[in-house]
Design a protein around this ligand. Structure first.
Ligand SMILES: [Zn+2]
Ligand SMILES: [Zn+2]
Length: 441
């Protein structure tokens, strides 16, 4: 946290007494000039340095600028209409706790006329989500906003603890991300809401922009920079969408300021990171972003603006080819494929082929077909084909090795042909383990 340090205070107080000596004298009733006054109100001593602008502010002025910027983001982007029923995706972490607090405050202060509800997803992660959900329950009582909790276990039959036991820690974020997105939509339908707001902040978005630029993933770049999304912005990247609007009121809000706000307001939040999953690729983007921010505080917002500009130019160049959206033949969720991503992942889990849904759809289909062909050759079901202990290590290369071994023992004719199958599956495995395919943001 960037609280005012001694060096800054000295410099500032010095400048202040030079330019406006009489203010300090008056406000201090004839004694000493006010040391380090707030840059905005000038009447109270500054107690913090604002990370986004470097301004030195008193607590009240910080609250005011922080809340007003979010209000302006909401109004400028026309996020809501009067009477909208809005679910706040609440995890108990700092971002969503501050979001719930600020949404309620702005709704009252500016008369948005929104009907707010809290929506939490219980992924089933012992020692993490169970504790953070207790925080959300306290927030429900503190802010007087109704709360719905829905669990992966109920929706999919698998908790994240179960999934990690099966697949290990490598790709579990893919499962979690796909399941969470769909779970939020299902919760929103149960709550009959028009709109879901999430606590993604400027740092999260800038990281995602960097990751998508590094991967050259333009569809995802477009998606991550839009403040509001719905089904019409679907992008053939294999991400299912729904008709419920989603938005990020913290798109331009710095993470450090959210932490500062929660700290000074003494908000009740849960501050442990998820015990599974540190996403390595995002971790690199995060470290890089923090280094840039240390050199230039506007770096975060600059990167978001770059992402927006790139997206706009891509959009201008592309003839808008949207995939036809249908409904998943299994669960009815909106999808651009016959099976939605969650059902595909579940099929993999339930059949003991957890790599099935990881990666892009065409590649998945090829892996699926390759596995099915091998299974047919052996006249075995795919479930009994691969023993869970070897196939479910969560590592694409390892499960491919298993398939390969089966392939070479199958009835397939020549050595040469077997060699081809092996190479093919190896290539798929290599594609699968590329870091770009392991995230869902
Ligand atoms: Zn002030
Ligand atoms: Zn489905």
């Amino acid at each position: 946290m960037h609280l005012t340090n001694t060096a800054d205070t000295t410099v500032h107080a010095h400048q202040h007494t030079q330019t406006q000596p009489e203010v300090g004298v008056k406000s201090s009733k004839g004694t000493k000039p006010l040391r380090n006054p707030c840059n905005l109100c000038q009447s109270v001593r500054a107690i913090l340095k604002r990370p986004k602008t470097g301004q030195q502010l008193c607590k009240e002025c910080f609250y005011h600028v922080f809340e007003t910027e979010i209000h302006n983001t909401i109004v400028d982007n026309k996020l809501f209409k009067k009477g909208d029923r809005v679910a706040i995706g609440a995890s108990g972490g700092k971002d969503s706790t501050v979001l719930a607090y600020v949404m309620k405050l702005l709704n009252d202060r500016y008369n948005y006329g929104l009907d707010l509800v809290l929506l939490s997803i219980d992924e089933g992660i012992t020692g993490y989500r169970d504790d953070s959900l207790e925080t959300v329950k306290r927030n429900r009582d503190q802010y007087q906003i109704p709360l719905l909790i829905i669990s992966y276990k109920d929706l999919y039959g698998w908790s994240m603890d179960d999934i990690v036991k099966e697949i290990g820690r490598k790709n579990n974020c893919t499962f979690c991300g796909v399941f969470r997105r769909q779970a939020l939509d299902r919760g929103a339908i149960m709550l009959n809401v028009d709109h879901i707001v999430t606590g993604h902040n400027a740092d999260d978005i800038a990281e995602t922009v960097l990751m998508n630029i590094l991967r050259g993933d333009l569809p995802r770049l477009q998606r991550c920079t839009s403040i509001i999304t719905n089904d019409t912005s679907d992008d053939a990247s294999g991400i299912e969408t729904s008709k419920i609007l989603r938005s990020k009121p913290f798109k331009y809000t710095y993470e450090k300021e959210i932490v500062m706000y929660a700290y000074f307001k003494k908000l009740d939040y849960f501050s442990t990171e998820c015990i599974y999953s540190p996403n390595a690729y995002r971790g690199y983007a995060r470290v890089f972003l923090k280094e840039l921010e240390a050199i230039r505080r506007t770096a975060i917002v600059d990167i978001i603006h770059s992402g927006e500009a790139l997206s706009a130019s891509v959009q201008a160049n592309e003839s808008t080819k949207l995939p036809t959206m249908t409904n998943c033949t299994r669960c009815g969720y909106i999808s651009s494929n016959e099976l939605c991503k969650a059902c595909l992942l579940l099929e993999g889990l339930n059949k003991g082929l957890p790599q099935l849904g990881i990666g892009h759809t065409t590649k998945i289909r090829r892996i699926h077909e390759a596995a099915a062909n091998v299974a047919e050759g052996l006249s075995l079901s795919s479930t009994s084909l691969l023993s869970p202990t070897t196939a479910l290590s969560g590592n694409g290369a390892e499960s491919a090795t298993v398939v390969t071994a089966v392939a070479s023992s199958s009835t397939s004719s020549t050595l040469e042909e077997r060699g081809k199958t092996v190479t093919h599956i190896k290539d798929l495995a290599r594609l699968e383990t590329m870091p770009s395919l392991q995230t869902t943001s």
